[in-house]
Design a protein around this ligand. Structure first.
Ligand code: ATP
Ligand code: MG
Length: 236
């Protein structure tokens, strides 16, 4: 069972820390595992938040977590690509060379942000970093795609809507699905688990399913479509 052909490596990145990267990484992996895929997690954060809580004997033991907080992360991504789908890379909460290496090797950059001004700034900086990477010879014709996602939203607050309008009107790619503020995330995280593993019918598992649904239906980047079209034409 595989997902969309155009992405197999998702990097969770944000230059602002504490936005939910590790929780979302593990939750996405937990969802894909629960529905029969073979995800793998790479912990590219020197803090090692995923690897510290990984329990090979537990219900998420079948989702391998590999720690690679240095620039060799691209090699680890290459090793896992093909054997696992998707490969999800959790990065540090600040910009470092490992994050850049992970981005260069990824297909999709998922940029979480809480509804707060500093998070918006961090998300925009991170989006700009993706565009810088796309301008390098390594990524020409094979652009890394980016999507922002709002996390830890509280119902009935105006700020989340404000942030959404601000980013959308400026033309940034923002998922419609959100990762709301729910205790299920920190609670399941204690044992390195995810909502879809612990309570598949719960609200948090439904949030993650909606995020995955939207990711699976993201359109391939236009320039990549034309590249593939050119390749097909050339080989015809
Ligand atoms: N949707 C959520 N609802 C409630 N709490 C959350 C949610 N997502 C994450 N948290 C909690 O917020 C804190 C930060 O989340 P997390 O560690 O996933 O962020 P991070 O971006 O990986 O942080 P860092 O930059 O430090 O690596 C954690 O205590 C986590 O349990
Ligand atoms: Mg983290």
């Amino acid at each position: 069972m595989t997902g969309p052909a155009w992405f197999s490596v998702i990097a969770l990145v944000q230059s602002k820390g504490g936005v939910g990267k590790s929780s979302l990484s593990r939750s996405l992996a937990g969802h894909w595992f629960a529905i029969g895929h073979k995800p793998a997690l790479i912990d590219a954060d020197p803090e090692g938040r995923l690897i510290k809580r990984y329990n090979p004997e537990g219900p998420l033991g079948g989702v391998p977590v590999l720690a690679e907080p240095e620039e060799r992360v691209a090699d680890v991504i290459d090793e896992l690509r093909g054997r696992h789908w998707p490969v999800i890379v959790d990065t540090a909460g600040f910009r470092n060379r490992t994050t850049i290496s992970a981005l260069v090797a990824a297909d999709l950059a998922l940029i979480p942000l809480k509804p707060a001004a500093d998070d918006v700034d961090g998300a925009v900086d991170t989006y700009n970093l993706v565009q810088e990477i796309n301008a390098t010879p390594e990524r020409r014709g094979r652009p890394l795609q980016a999507a922002m996602i709002v996390t830890m939203t509280l119902r009935g607050t105006v700020i989340a809507r404000h942030v959404r309008t601000q980013l959308e009107s400026a033309g940034y790619p923002l998922l419609r699905a959100e990762m709301p503020h729910r205790v299920a995330y920190p609670e399941t995280g204690i044992d390195g688990l995810s909502p879809s593993t612990v309570d598949p019918d719960g609200a948090a598992a439904h949030d993650i399913a909606a995020i995955v649904h939207e990711l699976m239906n993201l359109e391939m980047h236009e320039s990549m479509k034309s590249e593939i079209h050119e390749q097909r034409r050339a080989s015809a």
